[in-house]
Design a binder for this molecule. Structure first.
Ligand SMILES: NC(=O)C[C@H](N)C(=O)O
Length: 334
């Protein structure tokens, strides 16, 4: 029988109704009490780590989760982290950078409805997660939700209310879980030499979402508090150069100040490719912008936080950014 550590951090799964709306109050022992069938395939210990609506989840909380997994890594075969859905994709991506090459599974899960309701997705999600974490064929950071297994670097919350809240972006689902049966579509090889833990992040990463008519002033204002700025542009990625809102001078200024600037897209699927159009080509070739290609925004943000936690050397930042981690990108730029 496999030994699993269940770590609770709050979220709807652990919430109860209060006069001010849902608030997380159910601890991990009680969560486990709702899924007695887990006893057929695993032994579970519990760790009440945090009690947050995931809107309040901060990078220092990610480091706390990593610290807990690191401390108990040798003692358990797998880990299940119960988490709110709102920022779950960020946490799963952050854990994928902070715990690399893990031969043991680290499953992040949650629910759209509290576990104490009669009609809820919480019990299925928790039981599926324990089952996936109990398999010797599982490893690395994943989200298990609504019967799907999604790579930690590829998840995005796409629905605010439905049970099928999460999608895998620009990458197939690893597996489905239905009626207790895991169907694996392919096996991601376990990298040698793991696990590798990291314990530093930088919060000096910002996001600038472009809308028509917006000038570069706000972007420039971000420079004081950010070492890396992600520009969420249109289509495959480009920068306006209209005389009324020309971004060229602002970008030259930012990169001249040593800022890392990454282009990503507002379009949900298929990613960026700045070389396609003149509006992107110039920014990439002349202004030295990086781009996210097929990476999710969540992965781009947390990868930059992880990189800036280690170095401020531009060449090293670029090299780390372009090196795929946890299959976060299928593009390798040299
Ligand atoms: N479904 C949920 O878990 C939403 C909740 N607000 C959270 O992210 O903590």
């Amino acid at each position: 029988m496999r030994n699993i550590l269940l770590i609770s951090t709050g979220g709807t799964i652990a919430s109860v109704k209060t006069s001010q709306g849902l608030a997380p109050q159910i601890g991990p022992d009680d969560l486990l009490g709702y899924v007695p069938a887990h006893r057929e395939f695993c032994r579970v210990d519990t760790l009440p780590l945090l009690n947050l609506d995931s809107t309040n989840m901060q990078p220092h909380h990610w480091l706390q989760i990593v610290g807990a997994i690191r401390e108990h890594y040798q003692r358990y075969d797998g880990f299940v982290v119960c988490h709110g859905t709102d920022t779950m994709a960020y946490t799963a991506a952050a854990l994928s950078y902070l715990i690399q090459k893990s031969p043991k599974p680290i499953v992040v899960t949650g629910a759209q409805k509290p576990i104490d309701l009669d009609v809820t997705d919480a019990r299925t999600n928790l039981l599926d997660s324990l089952r996936y974490a109990s398999s010797s064929r599982s490893h690395g950071v994943v989200i298990v939700f609504d019967g799907k297994v999604i790579l930690g670097t590829r998840a995005r919350k796409e629905r605010t209310k439905s049970y099928n809240a999460f999608s895998s972006i620009n990458y197939p689902y690893l597996a489905t879980i239905q009626d207790g049966r895991i169907t694996r579509f392919f096996t991601v090889p376990v990298p040698d030499g793991g696990p590798v833990f990291y314990n530093q992040l930088s919060c000096r990463v910002g996001l600038f979402k472009l809308i028509p008519g917006m000038g570069p002033q706000l972007l420039l204002a971000m420079a004081d508090s950010c070492d890396a700025i992600i520009i969420e542009s249109f289509g495959v990625g480009g920068l306006p150069a209209d005389p009324g809102c020309d971004f060229t001078a602002a970008l030259t200024q930012l990169t001249g100040r040593g800022k890392t600037v990454v282009m990503t897209t507002q379009v949900p699927y298929e990613g960026s490719d700045m070389a396609v159009y003149q509006v992107g080509h110039l920014a990439k070739r002349q202004l030295g912008l990086l781009e996210s290609y097929d990476m999710t925004l969540e992965a781009t943000v947390t990868k930059l936080m992880w990189i800036l936690g280690q170095t401020c050397d531009p060449a090293r930042i670029q090299a780390l950014y372009h090196a795929p981690v946890g299959l976060d990108t299928l593009y390798a730029e040299t």
